[in-house]
Design a protein around this ligand. Structure first.
Ligand SMILES: Cc1cc2nc3c(=O)[nH]c(=O)nc-3n(C[C@H](O)[C@H](O)[C@H](O)COP(=O)(O)OP(=O)(O)OC[C@H]3O[C@@H](n4cnc5c(N)ncnc54)[C@H](O)[C@@H]3O)c2cc1C
Ligand SMILES: NC(=O)c1ccc[n+]([C@@H]2O[C@H](COP(=O)([O-])OP(=O)(O)OC[C@H]3O[C@@H](n4cnc5c(N)ncnc54)[C@H](O)[C@@H]3O)[C@@H](O)[C@H]2O)c1
Length: 474
């Protein structure tokens, strides 16, 4: 049985909460996680892992089909049952036994139930059977409750029982047809996955695709999805959704009706902060919980918000990065150690503002980090923007017949350091970390000339980008 007083109480046992607790325990503190569903959170059971598992098999098949010799060997179709079984294994069939075991091995206690802050340094946990336990924190409470799918106020949508990312990532049957509302990351990935799994997919985006990224990313993904047979309606609003025995009817703002077996609302997220007792500490429920760069809530010396729920960056790896800083700073403050909160210090999440890597596992992949050309301009940088055809690299043409892709490097021309990089093309995901190193390290272009990419790999794109930029301007 857990005791009721800990150095740190973490509300939410997703990937972020687990890491906050782990770092604090490594710093010598005691910690308990309060979890209302599954330890491991959205990412493990209804987001990153199952979505990527749904995507990977069709991607591997397509990759083989694009290399002469291998293509002749893969003549069958995707085994959908096997894909779903593999996806189920990645979620451990929605059991968190493994993650609970890890918590125990890491010295972190667990309280199952819904946690609510009930005053300064206090959390009340309501278990499934209605019993309550009051937990006291000697030093800190960290909120890591994540986000839920946001359902937009489209006429009839809620009553039509739409899928959210949860149903899309955990489905045990593939619907014959799927209408997707949204043009962001979830929409693109689920359109790719379900088209690969044999559904007839219609994607309805009120603007373009992947609008937060470089414009060519959305354009190339749109082309790739169309090639997979996805019916894409961009710059198209949805006015009404209804369901009857025939399935779901999605009425578009041009009057067209799309009829599908299921409809997926892939329209962003909303913070899980409505029912966590924020009002008891004078914070507004239902909003992202704002923090400083040490992930602490301004005006408080004990309350932290880490991961999706603070709205800084909605990505697992970035949330875990915040968690390492937060767990360490909570321990440092508790132990009376020095706090290293200058930019890029141990106890701050500076990269949230400068270098957030993201891979969209679409068709083709999009990998980006740092600022887009437009964002850099808007931030007042004097930039040089270098574009490179990825298909023109020797390593790309070897990787896949007819390889097609695009890269962009955005440089701060005053300092000759990179601000942002975007790659779009097959298998570009693993090109990204080099760009992240260059941005975080503020490595001068003149020095990058000495970082020689191996021949013949796709990473030779770096050489072409540097050649275009030139050596003289440093
Ligand atoms: C479909 C999809 C695919 C994604 N793919 C990727 C990807 O490939 N890569 C990537 O980096 N990111 C991806 N993301 C984003 C990623 O899932 C989130 O950034 C990540 O899960 C955030 O982690 P978290 O710990 O902050 O929150 P969560 O993972 O949401 O965990 C929060 C936990 O808190 C618990 N909780 C909430 N309220 C309470 C309460 N009151 N009491 C007790 N427990 C509570 C919840 O049950 C949950 O377990 C994806 C998101 C979606 C929707
Ligand atoms: N591979 C990855 O890294 C990955 C994968 C999936 C999700 N995620 C994370 O999850 C988060 C959520 O993804 P998402 O795709 O739901 O959000 P998003 O913000 O990427 O996209 C939301 C989309 O919904 C549209 N939209 C919003 N309101 C609408 C309305 N009323 N009517 C019609 N369209 C509307 C927007 O125009 C946009 O196209 C992302 O921020 C991302 O960080 C990451």
């Amino acid at each position: 049985m857990p005791t009721d007083e800990y150095d740190l109480i973490v509300l939410g046992g997703g990937p972020v909460g687990e890491n906050v607790a782990d770092r604090a325990v490594q710093g010598g503190l005691t910690a308990i996680i309060v979890e209302s569903e599954l330890v491991g959170g959205e990412c493990s059971y209804w987001a990153c892992m199952p979505s990527k598992a749904l995507l990977r098999s069709a991607q591997a098949l397509r990759a083989a089909q694009h290399v002469a010799g291998a293509a002749e060997a893969v003549t069958g179709t995707l085994d959908v049952r096997a894909v779903l079984a593999r996806r189920n294994s990645f979620t451990s069939d929605w059991s968190d036994d493994g993650q609970v075991g890890w918590l125990q091995s890491a010295g972190i206690d667990l309280a199952r139930g819904h946690g609510r802050i009930s005053g300064p340094r206090e959390v009340t946990v309501t278990a499934e059977d209605g019993t309550t336990t009051v937990l006291k924190a000697r030093h800190a409470v960290a909120i890591s409750t994540g986000t839920d799918a946001a359902i937009p106020p489209i006429d009839g949508l809620v009553n039509a029982a739409p899928w959210t990312s949860r149903e899309a990532t955990s489905a045990q049957e593939i619907p014959a047809s799927l209408a997707i509302i949204g043009g962001g990351v979830v929409a693109v990935e689920m359109a790719t996955a379900y088209a690969g799994l044999g559904a007839k997919v219609t994607l309805i985006a009120r603007s373009g695709l992947l609008e937060k990224m470089e414009p060519f990313a959305g354009e190339l993904v749109e082309k790739g999805l169309r090639a997979l047979g996805v019916d894409i309606r961009t710059n198209t609003g949805t006015t009404r959704v209804s369901r009857d025995e025939a399935g779901v009817t999605v009425t578009l703002d041009d009057g067209t009706d799309i009829v599908a077996e299921e409809v997926l609302a892939a329209t962003g997220r909303t913070p899980r902060s409505r029912d966590i007792g924020l009002e008891t500490v004078d914070l507004e429920p239902g909003k992202y919980v704002e923090t400083d760069d040490t992930l602490r809530v301004p005006g408080s010396d004990w309350l932290y918000a880490v991961g999706d729920v603070n709205g800084r960056v909605l990505l697992t790896h970035q949330g875990k990065y915040q968690a390492r800083a937060a767990g360490d700073v909570i321990a440092a403050r508790a132990n009376g150690d020095d706090v290293d909160d200058a930019a890029w210090g141990r106890h701050v999440a500076t990269a949230d503002h400068a270098a957030v890597p993201q891979v969209v596992f679409g068709e083709p992949e999009v990998a980006s980090v740092g600022l887009t050309a437009q964002a850099a301009k808007d931030a007042g940088y004097e930039t040089r923007v270098i574009d490179q055809d990825l298909g023109a690299i020797a390593g790309s043409s070897l990787r896949e017949d007819g390889y097609s892709g695009q890269a962009r490097m955005v440089v701060d021309a005053a300092r000759d350091v990179i601000l942002g990089v975007t790659f779009v093309g097959p298998d570009v995901a693993d090109l990204l970390q080099a760009a992240t190193f260059a941005i975080v390290g503020e490595v001068p272009i003149s020095r990058l000339w000495h970082a020689v990419p191996a021949y013949p790999t796709v990473s030779e794109v770096w050489l072409r980008l540097l050649e275009q930029y030139g050596r003289e301007s440093a």
